[in-house]
Ligand binder design. Sequence first.
Ligand SMILES: [Zn+2]
Length: 281
Amino acid sequence: MPELPEVETVVRDLRAEVEGRSVVAVPHAASSVFRYPSPEALAAALPGASFAAVRRSGKYIHCVLARDGAAEVESEALIVHLGMTGHLEVCDAAAPERPHTHLRALLDDGRELRFADARRFGRVMLGDPDALRAARLIPALGVEPLGEEFTVQRLDALLRRTTRTVKAALLDQRGVAGLGNIYVDEICHRAGVRPTRRCPRLTRAERARLHAAVVEVQRIAIRNRGSTIDDYRDLWDAKGNHQEELRVYGRGGLPCLACGTVLRRTVVAGRATTYCPVCQR
Ligand SMILES: [Zn+2]
């Protein structure tokens, strides 16, 4: 499943392609991935809007829209969540439609923004982000780990407030937005903290190491354009490169790259989890 680095990679590429472009028609919109409004309503509402900005919010992609040349008002966005197998692309309008394409939006440069999703866990929405949040169509998210507000103190306060395991706390999107199963295991290994640890038993130094690891792991993975474990592909259908750099995720039973000890597999917070019993305490 795409996590923060994969979504950020898509956002950066998409921004370069669609910012300033407008939608002239919606030749195709159908499927259960349209959470709100209906595909028909979205197809009627989107033409005439232009893309003022493309941003990431947790694992959500917000394409902020503007109308009639008016200044960006931030009150309307096309919002996409990639789910498990969702894929955005910008291609020539004449390009053959790939299987499971749910949305095609024709842009004013003759290309199309398309969304395909084989497993349909992805989501497409159009509306005011605040209203969608109030209607619980998109969740209220916690602090952005790459933003200025994600300070050592902020994570320290979050981890001191809960009795859950480190893994469960870091996966909770209401605490820190965008972290998922792959990178939380990587973060815990980098910080030298077992994901099974209960938050109240962490030392201040360990909480600080976790903060540094969150930032470093996400930045490095973005630099590597994310990880392709199963289906993730970028806007150009290319795989990420970070799967080659993963230190623990998916490596249970293999030697730790730092110390050579066999990595242990377990289940924490309902998720497959891998850690090194020597490097992580
Ligand atoms: Zn180790």
